[in-house]
Design a binder for this molecule. Structure first.
Ligand SMILES: [Ca+2]
Ligand SMILES: [Ca+2]
Length: 495
């Protein structure tokens, strides 16, 4: 591709240039035949075919040796996530103090994404994610109704940076963040943007959902250094040539402020989390007993996180910037989108000969409250979490930004001087390794269950869990912005 100039809100300009030489001598693996595909859903074999992940797998590249951190709503040990490649890091969510919910996904979002990224059945099964041999580390921050404060996400990103090399055989090289807020300040000043950029500087490819606004990208997708992902609608075929941008996908207003890459994000079939919030409220999204349909740039980002792990197994020395150049320069054009769709076959046939990026660094010293935008947690007693504070007390973005950039915000189980989690692995259970928890006794949020917490926001970029077909698409489930996500007793809305 030519030279790309990326400009976001604020004064900073980032330029990226990538040069690719097609590898004439490298034979492509034979393309498998088309998969059975219905217009109502894209199964993971379909998705893997669309991005030519099947071609990479046939050549032996399945993400092996690459660690992928998933900061989301946790996972559950359903089949597909219990064959040894999934571990649970700390639970930093408001549910961590609720017996039986520690590290567990009660919403259904994280489990769905985990299946896309690195799902893998035990011997005899056929379910495979995009990078089935990568090691997935789940860090739970979101509760059953999606409730999460931006400071919990910041703490989780810092934790991933601090622990990225804990498993030398599977260092964390990819971070999936299917989360974003309508922050009211430039990414240059955003603390959340500072957090993702610090991960980038630590050698982690940060993959962020662009958002489901249909227009501008959310924060932190707007940070140019990370890999922002929009969603495509595969149009009922596994040929990427006819794919279009999904109507809900954030797309920007120019190549400078749109996503870096695209991936399938409409009606993706992945693992169901029985009894979770999404499962109970959106039964029409179920596909048999085991699977569930979900749409959004959340799902598209998960596809790209898996593809990034596959690319990093093939080219282990790529920097996060080079990964972005590779994906952008070798993708398939998408109608209606400034960004191309991931194509691993093209990436594997290509050689990156030049890639550069320069521009202003993030400062991260802006307002925590402005970063929340409309995504605000409120306790059942009507007290909203607002202002320059985290869930435990006052927090200065200036002090935090210095600690985050110097990688000192975590000290054992303490983040910014206050205890959030345990300090080591608690052992394995149900086929997954688990980080120890920590009692929040004496802290204001301890003992609260998710039903005590109201949530005004649209921060998780799952668009919907089901979708009717034919004619004009209509979403059968409420979108994240709908009050339909809250039970009647929880409507302590701020706006
Ligand atoms: Ca970018
Ligand atoms: Ca297609």
């Amino acid at each position: 591709m030519g030279k790309a100039r990326l400009m976001a809100a604020g004064a900073a300009v980032v330029t990226a240039a990538a040069l690719i030489h097609p590898g004439a001598a490298q034979a492509a693996a034979p393309a498998p035949g088309d998969y059975a595909y219905t217009a109502t859903a894209a199964t993971l074999p379909d998705v893997r075919r669309i991005i030519r992940d099947d071609v990479a797998a046939a050549a032996g590249y399945t993400g092996k040796g690459v660690g992928i951190a998933l900061i989301d709503t946790g996972v559950v040990p359903v089949a597909g996530l219990t064959s040894g490649n999934v571990a649970n890091g700390p639970d930093l969510s408001l549910e961590s103090q609720v017996p039986g919910l520690l590290r567990r996904d009660t919403y259904g979002h994280g489990t769905h994404l985990a299946g896309i990224i690195a799902g893998r059945d035990a011997a005899g099964g056929t379910f495979r994610g995009v990078a089935p041999d990568a090691r997935l580390l789940s860090i739970k921050v979101g509760a059953a109704n999606g409730a999460v404060d931006v400071t919990q996400v910041m703490a989780a990103i810092d934790w991933v940076v601090a622990h990225r090399n804990d498993d030398p055989a599977n260092p964390i090289k990819v971070l999936n963040l299917s989360y974003g807020t309508d922050s009211t300040q430039s990414w240059v000043y955003s603390p959340l943007s500072e957090a993702v950029e610090n991960a980038y500087k630590a050698g982690i490819s940060v993959v962020v959902a662009a958002g489901n606004t249909g227009a501008n990208m959310l924060n932190p997708a707007s940070n140019p250094y990370i890999i922002s992902v929009g969603a495509t609608d595969p149009q009922g075929t596994t040929d990427p040539a006819d794919d279009k941008i999904a109507s809900f996908s954030s797309k920007g207003t120019s190549p400078a402020n749109g996503p870096d890459v695209m991936a399938p994000g409409r009606s993706i079939v992945s693992l169901r989390n029985p009894g979770s919030y999404a499962d109970v409220y959106y039964p029409s999204a179920r596909v048999g007993d085991r699977f569930f349909k979900g749409s959004g740039t959340s799902q598209a980002a998960a596809v790209v996180s898996g593809a990034t792990a596959v690319l990093l197994q093939k080219y282990p020395s790529l920097s996060p910037m080079q990964v972005m150049c590779y994906l952008r320069a070798t993708g398939t054009p998408v109608a209606g989108s400034y960004a191309p769709q991931v194509n691993l076959q093209n990436a594997f046939r290509s050689r990156l000969v030049g890639c550069s990026q320069s521009g202003s660094p993030v400062l991260g010293i802006g307002s925590i409250q402005r970063d929340r935008g409309t995504s605000v947690v409120t306790m059942g007693d009507g007290v909203p979490l607002v202002g320059e504070r985290d869930i435990f007390g006052p927090l200065s973005s200036v002090v935090w930004a210095a600690a985050s950039s110097s990688r000192t915000s975590w000290n054992g189980g303490n983040w910014m001087g206050r205890p959030w989690t345990g300090t080591g692995w608690a052992g394995a259970a149900d086929g997954q390794a688990n980080w120890a928890g920590k009692s929040w006794s004496g802290k204001s949020w301890s003992g609260k269950s998710w039903s005590d917490i109201a949530w005004a926001g649209q921060a998780w970029n799952g668009k919907s869990w089901s979708h009717t077909t034919g004619g004009a698409p209509t979403w059968s489930g409420a979108a994240w912005t709908s009050v339909g996500w809250l039970s009647a007793g929880d409507r302590a809305w701020l706006s």
